[in-house]
Write a protein that binds this ligand. Sequence first.
Ligand SMILES: Nc1ncnc2c1ncn2[C@@H]1O[C@H](COP(=O)(O)OP(=O)(O)OP(=O)(O)O)[C@@H](O)[C@H]1O
Length: 237
Amino acid sequence: MAPHTEQLTRPAVRLRGLTRSFGDRTVLDGIDLDLPAGQFTALLGHSGSGKSTLLRAVAGLDHGVTGSGGLSAPERVSVVFQDSRLLPWRRVLDNVVLGLDGKDAHGKGRAALTEVGLAGRERAWPGELSGGEAQRAALARSLVREPELLLADEPFGALDALTRIRMHHLLRELWKRHRPSVLLVTHDVDEAIALADRVLVLERGRIGLDLTVDHDRPRGEYRGRLLAALGVTEDVA
Ligand SMILES: Nc1ncnc2c1ncn2[C@@H]1O[C@H](COP(=O)(O)OP(=O)(O)OP(=O)(O)O)[C@@H](O)[C@H]1O
């Protein structure tokens, strides 16, 4: 990915009136949203609120969406899911460069694996990796494609707490270095505040809260507002 050279002016993603229904149930109800280029955005919401549906729409994977004003997203989009989706019958490096053209694909793949801390594991089989290592490999597979937009659907949801924290650092570092736009779907308010510069809450098919996070301010300020937007009180009897 090219180093960050431009200001956050040009929207990478632009949604106008994005609507998605399944039968008579409307899950996304006319969403208007701009994601500026290079911004790290997290999307929170209750289970079933439509987070993955929105992400799939932005990824161009859902042809059932409708909209009054269209949907635009960059050409180079990478998606990372909760499971790494590595092909078990291909070695790690081959997974990372799968489908990649160009004579230096393997060199780029090795560099990406080094960036995510997997140098030396190029010839391992996916089954030999831990959950965290597999997600690192999935991130390398995304990176090597130099995405303008990285979509991540609960990428750390299946990891233990310590591995999650390490992965948070890694993702934030990779983002700072390469500056793709990121849209991270998560259930975890603390993860959203730790990683993102903007946190959205999806509620009844709309963006119910749109919060800009200043990382120099105490996280508690944001935590309370986000939990309240999700209808959660912090008091434990
Ligand atoms: N292909 C589909 N057919 C029918 N209903 C669907 C389909 N995909 C999603 N839905 C419904 O749309 C709603 C939103 O689903 P979605 O997976 O986007 O929620 P989510 O916020 O990502 O949930 P979670 O946090 O549990 O992953 C759910 O009620 C789900 O059952």
